[in-house]
Design a protein around this ligand. Sequence first.
Ligand code: AMP
Length: 190
Amino acid sequence: MINLVLFGPPGAGKGTQAEFLKEKYELVHISTGDVFRFNIKNATELGVLAKSFIDKGQLVPDEVTINMLNAEVEKNPQAKGFIFDGFPRTSAQADALGELLSSKGTDVSAMVALEVEDEVLVKRLLERGKTSGRADDADEGVIRNRIAVYYKETAILKDYYQAKDKYYGVDGVGSIAEITERISEVIDQL
Ligand code: AMP
């Protein structure tokens, strides 16, 4: 199984790249942000809870997020592998993912991190906000908070996977196809 953690700050291009990579490598793409947004749209209990955090640019609590991710993985027993997009974002989530995959006799193959400068991220997210319909993309204060939360709570996962020799940084600036190619080079040598 290939299990990729697609990593990087908000606006780095994780979702865009996942769309190409899932076709190319026949992987199941799980975006925790997308699952939350689906639940918000359908006004589920999970959606109502998640919205109160997402609208402020904060993380949804670990327990809620981990239970949701486990359920998404369990929905795909035939998967050849997964692309985790936007998960894990904390070390508790990374531990939970390790446990879940090990219970299935597999593990995280690699963390691929898209590296993009902060000011480029803000510009990209404001641009996306014009059409994405996402409240958290429309407000520069919320965008900057999401980036701050990334550095404060999520960026430590670089060390987490580096210690396991599984961290691969990729330049996230360029055309979509160029970046897909850079990520593919990493995947192809796993
Ligand atoms: P994203 O689509 O990955 O940018 O996620 C949008 C928002 O959903 C984030 O700003 C968080 O509020 C929430 N979210 C997504 N994934 C996670 C996660 N793994 N842990 C906690 N909150 C998350």
